[in-house]
Design a protein around this ligand. Sequence first.
Ligand SMILES: [Zn+2]
Length: 113
Amino acid sequence: MKAYIENFIKAICPESPELYMSFFDEETALKDATGLIEDLRKENMTLRYLLWIRHGCEFKYLYGDDGEMQCSKHGIDFKRLPAESIKECFFANNNMKFQRNTTVLGEENADNA
Ligand SMILES: [Zn+2]
């Protein structure tokens, strides 16, 4: 059995990969992989929905329907952007807030000096 198939079986059946391998056939493995991918896709969409709805912006900035999950304030398309790009947008926005807060604190400290 090829190593990538064994690794795949260990990933989808970590409790007892040997048992799964004893019943292994390609058609079953393909069906399991397809189901696993579909489950992960559904979970990914649920998590994207929760992130979109709860990322901190007021509802007036959010646009959503069957095909869209967007925030006009941040310019983020929560349905289509890769997760890494969404993370970069958040870090960019948090950095801007942090720098703004630091500047305000710095100005207050300068005033008190
Ligand atoms: Zn937003």
